[in-house]
Design a protein around this ligand. Structure first.
Ligand SMILES: Nc1ncnc2c1ncn2[C@@H]1O[C@H](COP(=O)(O)OP(=O)(O)OP(=O)(O)O)[C@@H](O)[C@H]1O
Length: 378
């Protein structure tokens, strides 16, 4: 099988040293073994992430302890940043962080140090994600699966993320994007028998077939998929999902956890869940006749009378997304405090409408953008 050849030439960057010299509001964001990441505003407005080799980081320090000259230690570590930059430019997908540019400049007595300029994200915090709505958590899983599907069929061949942990990803406008690509690998492992295609994880091991071309079949894709299962799907997919989608989500979690499916099937199943959710088809099995009567008050809102619920899109009130009025009524009926709800003009990423649930309807105010529904019976 021919080795995948990666085009190393870089396109002229949209942003470079000129913009970097005028960067404002530089602030440290985080670092790992190799790189340090700062945020900054370029051209007065565009917020970006600047990545450079962390001279105090593990990689450079370990090399320096072995008496490596500083410049050489820098270069050794900067190889990872160069590799990441090239991959960010070759792998173009909405769930791969965008590379805006780069700059080579002398810094700290080291010639030609590299800074990459990328889209800015926020770190993926699992604890925080567990507190968000199922709809937002599903979006993270769907964006991850769309990313892994692209990586499995990328122009460079099937790409695997050898160091696959939540911290290798960031969130941009609610979508997950991969940022740390220095441990990405394209080569499928070579083998002489199935025993060479052994994949070891903390709780499970798998042996994949060795193909007639002497490569472990789909190992890159399957490694990504199992990692997606163990770090993301088990925590984010089934938990507080609409009950009618639970069986399908459980099948997805089980099939990926057992590596029964490849990424194509996994993506098709997640897209199916999205379709059922967006189209409201997931509601069709339930009895769809409202149990209580509600009076519609157009161009009106209830500014206060909030109560808290979980998981809410608003930290002080109960703001949830609904497919239609019938679903809003069902939700209101399921909370003993609920006496009214206000349809806002805001929608979520799937196009569902955001609704504020209220504990009283004594103070209704005019608002041309909202519609209030007040419970009249029950
Ligand atoms: N574009 C970005 N926007 C916001 N934060 C980012 C961005 N890229 C990286 N970070 C943060 O900076 C940290 C370090 O970046 P990165 O993972 O690239 O460094 P690293 O040295 O390769 O880390 P590791 O040791 O985990 O491999 C990340 O964990 C992430 O939280």
């Amino acid at each position: 099988m021919p080795r995948a050849k990666v085009e190393l030439a870089l396109e002229p960057p949209a942003l470079g040293c000129r913009q970097l010299r005028r960067a404002a509001g530089l602030r440290y964001l985080g670092s790992g073994y190799t790189k340090a990441v700062h945020r900054a505003a370029l051209n007065r407005s565009l917020a970006v992430a600047l990545k450079s080799v962390d001279l105090g980081g593990h990689d450079v320090q370990r090399c320096a302890e072995r008496a490596g000259p500083r410049g050489d230690c820098y270069r050794l570590a900067s190889y990872k940043l160069v590799k990441e930059m090239i991959l960010l430019q070759r792998l173009r997908h909405r769930n791969v962080l965008r590379l805006y540019g780069y700059c080579y400049q002398d810094s700290n007595d080291i010639p030609d140090t590299l800074t990459t300029i990328t889209e800015l994200g926020s770190p993926l915090e699992m604890i925080q994600l567990l507190q968000t709505s199922w709809e937002d958590r599903f979006r993270i899983c769907l964006s991850l699966v769309r990313l892994l599907h692209y990586l499995a069929h990328s122009p460079l061949g099937s790409v695997t993320l050898l160091d696959f942990r939540p911290r290798q990803f960031v969130i941009v406008d609610g979508e997950l994007k991969v940022t740390d690509l220095d441990d990405a690998s394209i080569e499928e492992s070579s083998c002489t028998s199935n025993n060479d295609c052994f994949m070891e994880f903390p709780a499970r091991n798998f042996t994949l077939p060795c193909s007639v071309e002497a490569r472990c079949q789909n190992m890159n894709e399957k490694r990504n998929l199992y990692n997606a299962y163990r770090f993301f799907f088990t925590y984010l997919l089934p938990h507080s999902a609409p009950s009618s989608l639970r069986p399908l989500l459980d099948v997805i979690v089980n099939a990926t956890g057992e590596l029964h499916w490849g990424i194509d099937e996994t993506l098709a199943q997640l897209e199916r869940v999205l379709y059922l959710y967006k189209s409201g088809k997931y509601l069709q099995n339930a009895t769809r006749t409202p149990k209580a009567e509600y009076k519609r008050v157009p161009d009106a809102t209830i500014p206060d009378e909030n109560y808290r619920c979980w998981p809410s899109y608003h930290h002080k009130g109960c703001l949830l997304s609904v497919f239609d009025i019938t679903e809003a009524i069902e939700i209101c009926e399921s909370y003993s405090q609920c006496r009214a709800f206000v349809l806002t003009n805001q929608t979520t990423w799937t196009g569902r409408q955001l609704v504020f649930f209220k504990k009283d309807s004594n103070h209704i105010m005019p608002d041309p953008d909202e519609i209030t529904y007040v419970k009249v019976t029950g």
